[in-house]
Design a protein around this ligand. Sequence first.
Ligand code: ATP
Ligand code: MG
Length: 263
Amino acid sequence: MLPFMNIINNISFVIIAAFGGYFAIKGVISIGVISAFIVYAKQFGRPIDEMAQIYGQIQTAIAGAERVFAVMDEPLEDKSGSENMEQSEGTIIFDHVNFSYEPGKQVLYDFCLEVKNGHKIALVGSTGSGKTTVVNLLMRFYDVDSGSILIDGTNIKNIACDALRRNTAIVLQDTVLFTDTVENNLRYSKENATQEEIEEAMKRSNCYHMVRHLSKGLQTVLSGAGQNLSQGQRQLLSIARAFLAKQGIYYQLYMTQFAGNAT
Ligand SMILES: Nc1ncnc2c1ncn2[C@@H]1O[C@H](COP(=O)(O)OP(=O)(O)OP(=O)(O)O)[C@@H](O)[C@H]1O
Ligand SMILES: [Mg+2]
């Protein structure tokens, strides 16, 4: 709108100058009348310019509001579960699970899996085959279409979402790091962690030496959300963060997905 209004203003200036000049030469009006007329024309145009500016702002606001309402319109999470996983051992069973993100495009077909307490398992498959989907279902980011997922024999639909997520740590392909020190990035999962807990978490996730070799160790500032680290180093920090979140809790499950194809 603004460039358009500028063109209109300039055209009106040319018209006033041309006609004003013609009439001034003919002696119909004086030069003073022309200059006064130009000032009036500018005053007339200013509110229209301002309206053009406001129109731009309104468009931006509408675009923002659409996104806000899209979030507000999301259906609420099912909070019906009440079990709190206190005595959990961590045996996971996927029992004949079928799942699709969109109707008609099924991702998991009759998927069965049993993970015993303490086992480390790897799901290997081509990209887009549904490995991350398995993790999403376990965390109840989505609900299964049919079949069930059991933790220690309890259907996860009966476990309170809060408890389920508090007792489970996941590390996904994309890491989320902040422009802050390494230490504060780790503390994100446990704000009041002691120095020993942080070191322990770094040792368990094999990033202790990596961090020590950074220029200022734990106090190194990660620029641009970890741009100064390699992808693998960023993942190690995410894993350390997961370890830190769970210290002292006897039920631990780490789902790690590396940039490759293993979950
Ligand atoms: N949020 C979503 N909405 C709709 N479809 C999705 C969504 N997320 C994944 N999909 C589809 O589900 C299928 C499985 O995706 P998933 O992310 O589980 O794959 P993956 O095995 O983890 O792949 P990768 O090895 O690349 O990480 C893909 O074909 C994808 O197109
Ligand atoms: Mg994936």
